[in-house]
Design a protein around this ligand. Structure first.
Ligand SMILES: Nc1nc2c(ncn2[C@@H]2O[C@H](COP(=O)(O)OP(=O)(O)OP(=O)(O)O)[C@@H](O)[C@H]2O)c(=O)[nH]1
Ligand SMILES: [Mg+2]
Length: 385
């Protein structure tokens, strides 16, 4: 029951710095539609839908009980860019961490249209029939440019989405690849804590995204198609060397023979390449995501990989290494942000660019000067994002 006290209340926007006081506040004058709840009530309210309304213990309990609505809400908190959500989100990750890790993390990459989503759906459905719980996430390097999303409009994986033991989360719709990737890593932790034992991460094979996904999964699967003239492209780009398995998809109908021939060709090349995972030989297989041909064989292959790498210790070792690499990546990003969030640096950066173009200094000297200046500035205090 609401008391009818008529005190004026203040409400701070989500992005307000923590100690900012009322300078940022809007004044809420109580009236018929005024929200009379105190800020703490807003935080506790389980019914409210905005990401502000969380209670970490409730979120954690809901995630551990695999309540998909709560899981979605938890991920929304993890994905939030609001500075205010940074610490609660990290606290949630810390709480969930002890319950995470019990899964196989599989990255699926390939050119646009290779059939990644169709393949993931076919594999996901097969796994659910075998009592697995499957989470599908996406890293969409194009999302920052086109605002699109791999799992947005084009393919909704409708059959898989309908399954009780599946959880599908589209790519966070904005941000640079590094930021999107950070969120995906944390989403993986949340999904594992919710009991998903197979995590599939889809990414389009362009730019840096393959390397980013490779750095957060146990097993990396490259999906190829014949006739697109791309067969050798992946070898040139070095993507094949990141893969633990190469799958020629669309091995059906008239395309079956061509797919088999491509498989044989790649299998001839593979022995000359250095496999990424110690103790494992990368091979090529064919499949049809449409008809289901060889999907079980691919899952068997993944299981064989897990068995071998758990036996030789590579599996846990890679996960530890990935954690440490993640630390380095974050440090690089944070330092970069810190550097360019300093206004003096920014002004001088522009000036130095002009000097370089005018031949008055060299990039090496300019970089040294700017860093010197940054040190003089005392690394200006950085607000946590
Ligand atoms: N014949 C045949 N068609 C397939 C197969 N797998 C996928 N397709 C078709 O290929 C097209 C692209 O499939 P998607 O699964 O959306 O491909 P994708 O790699 O996820 O595409 P992007 O997300 O845009 O990069 C769709 O029309 C699918 O129906 C297959 O095994 N055989
Ligand atoms: Mg897709």
């Amino acid at each position: 029951m609401n008391k009818t006290g008529r005190k004026k209340s203040f409400r701070l926007p989500e992005w307000t710095p923590d100690q900012a006081g009322k300078a940022f506040a809007s004044r809420i004058v109580s009236g018929k539609t005024a929200d009379k709840r105190k800020k703490t009530d807003l935080h506790k309210s389980p019914a409210a839908k905005t990401p502000v309304s969380y209670n970490l213990d409730d979120l954690m309990k809901g995630v551990l009980a695999n309540d998909r609505t709560v899981l979605s809400k938890a991920i929304t908190l993890l994905e939030s860019n609001a500075p205010k959500h940074f610490l609660p989100a990290q606290e949630l990750v810390k709480k969930l961490l002890p319950y995470s890790g019990n899964s196989v993390r599989i990255g699926v990459t390939g050119v646009p249209g290779a059939g990644k989503s169709t393949f993931i759906e076919a594999l996901g459905l097969l796994l659910i029939r075998q009592n697995h719980k499957v989470a599908v996430l996406a890293i969409d390097p194009s999302s920052s440019i086109s605002k699109g999303s791999i799992l947005g409009d084009k393919t909704r994986m409708e059959n898989l989405a309908r399954m009780e033991n599946s959880f599908i989360r589209p790519s966070p719709a904005s941000g640079i690849l590094g930021g999107v990737a950070r969120k995906t890593r944390e989403t993986i932790i949340a999904c594992e804590a919710a009991g998903y034992d197979v995590i599939l991460v889809e990414t389009v094979g362009v730019g840096q995204s393959e390397i980013t996904v490779r750095s957060m999964v146990d097993f990396f699967l490259l999906l190829q198609i014949t006739g697109a003239g791309d067969e050798l492209q992946d070898i040139k780009k070095g993507v094949i060397e990141l893969a633990d398995l190469i799958v020629i998809n669309k091995a059906d109908g008239d395309n079956l023979q061509k797919a088999e021939a491509a498989k044989a060709e790649i299998n001839q090349i593979l022995p000359y390449l250095q496999p990424l995972t110690e103790g494992w030989k990368t091979v090529a297989l064919t499949c049809s995501a449409l008809t289901g041909y060889n999907i079980q064989l691919i899952w068997d292959k993944i299981n064989e990989f897990v068995r071998i790498t758990k036996n030789n210790g590579i599996f846990p070792q890679r996960r530890k290494q990935q954690q440490l690499e993640w630390l380095d990546t974050l440090l690089k990003e944070e330092l970069h942000n810190l550097f360019f969030s300093n206004s003096v640096i920014n002004q001088n950066y522009e000036a130095y660019k002009q000097k370089i173009l005018a031949g008055e200094t060299t990039p090496v000297l300019a970089a040294a000067d700017l860093i010197e200046l940054f040190i003089e500035q005392g690394f200006s205090k950085h607000k946590k994002v």
